[in-house]
Design a protein around this ligand. Structure first.
Ligand code: CP
Length: 367
């Protein structure tokens, strides 16, 4: 059902397709031996222009456990991007070498650009402060395993909600379910972007409240999604140092939480959860990270059409797509300085929502 698709946003798959993916994940966890040769002769490319431990290594472990092979780079310094090669040309070349690609890039919208120029499935493994859909698959699978439902939940999101791409993707995904209330817990400087608020407001089954006080917010939530304040996203180190310890979850705060509340975190954890909380059975972030590998196995199988037999999606052919048209002369541009269209000026401007929103990064377009 997902054969040949890209995954750029978590909502690129329907709710039914997600459930099928999670059922496949259940089967892989129960009988991994049955999938050990499902991707024989297939190659995953991991193109990581930003650091990663969990996402890159769980993708690589996932492909190897399916019998496939992996190539790629873990650092943009070891790719020809340092010589000035465009992302579009990089992905065209990778399409000749591999059957599927996972890309992480600091520019917002970079994975979408890659998908536009690729003829193999492209998976967004994180594009700047924008989206991180495979983390969301991991988060959703953990919620399904621990809470048994995707409806009637109060979800606290705490920390860096401005640059936290995992937060943006999780809200995006949860907005499709019934009776979801988000409690947004952040300092004023790190509130969620406007486009994410618009998504909540447009979702009939969802609502939100803002509560900058973790001590009070923790009492009402079913799920507490903690996040790191991300040093690498700040232009001012001074501001980062001022905000980095805004929230620290400790055992004292946990005493005020519901007995069946769960704590999730995409990790890495820096200082926002004390080590003693790890011992609390409600702390689910390590098992959440473990689920990530199995969910990514299911994702690779599904995108390659290999759920029930040999893969039917094949890369390694001569590339078929031609260059995008060069950027037309004009004054329209994306307001977001971190948007891929403002970092690679050869890219054409692409818009959606009646021309008001950038198709790459969801920020506003201006004349
Ligand atoms: N959750 C996550 O994206 O972790 P890494 O940065 O280690 O990949």
């Amino acid at each position: 059902m997902l054969r040949g698709k890209n995954l750029i946003y978590p909502t690129d798959f329907t709710v039914e397709q997600l459930e099928a993916l999670f059922c496949l994940t259940d089967k892989i966890i129960a009988r991994p031996d049955q999938y050990a040769n499902s991707c024989n002769d297939k190659i995953l490319a991991t193109l990581f222009f930003e650091p990663s431990t969990r996402t890159r290594l769980s993708f690589e472990a996932a492909m190897q456990r399916l019998g496939g092979k992996v190539l790629g780079f873990a650092d943009s310094a070891s790719s020809s991007a340092t010589k000035g090669e465009s992302l579009a040309d990089t992905i065209r070349m990778i399409s000749c070498y591999a059957d599927i690609a996972a890309i992480r890039h600091p520019a917002e919208g970079a994975a979408h650009v890659a998908a536009l120029h690729s003829f193999i499935p492209v998976i967004n493994a994180g594009d700047g402060g924008h989206q991180h859909p495979t983390q969301t698959l991991t988060d959703l699978y953990t919620i399904r395993a621990k809470k048994g439902r995707f409806h009637d939940l109060t979800i606290g999101l705490c920390g860096d909600l401005k640059y936290g791409r995992t937060v943006h993707s999780l809200i995006h995904a949860m907005c499709r379910y019934e009776n979801i209330h988000f409690v947004l817990i952040s300092p004023p400087e790190l509130q969620v972007p406007d486009y994410v608020i618009r998504e909540i407001e447009a979702a009939p089954g969802c609502s939100y409240s803002v509560d900058p006080d973790l001590d009070s917010a923790i009492r009402q939530v079913d799920i507490l999604y903690m996040t790191r304040v991300q040093r690498e996203r700040f232009s001012s180190q001074e501001e980062y140092l001022r905000l980095k310890d805004s929230y620290i979850l400790d055992t004292q705060k946990m005493q005020n939480a519901k007995p069946d509340m769960i704590v999730l975190h995409p990790m890495p954890i820096v200082n926002e959860i004390t080590g003693a909380v790890d011992e609390d059975p409600r702390a689910c972030y390590f098992v959440q990270a473990q689920y990530g590998m199995y969910v990514r196995m299911a994702l690779i199988l599904s995108l390659l059409g290999a759920e029930d037999g040999p893969a039917t999606v094949c890369g390694g052919r001569m590339f078929e797509k031609t260059c995008q048209n060069p950027r037309p002369n004009g004054t329209v541009h994306c307001k977001n300085p971190k948007c891929v269209s403002n970092l690679d000026l050869t890219l054409p401007i692409r818009v959606k929502d009646g021309g008001k929103v950038c198709e790459y990064c969801d920020a506003a377009i201006e004349e």
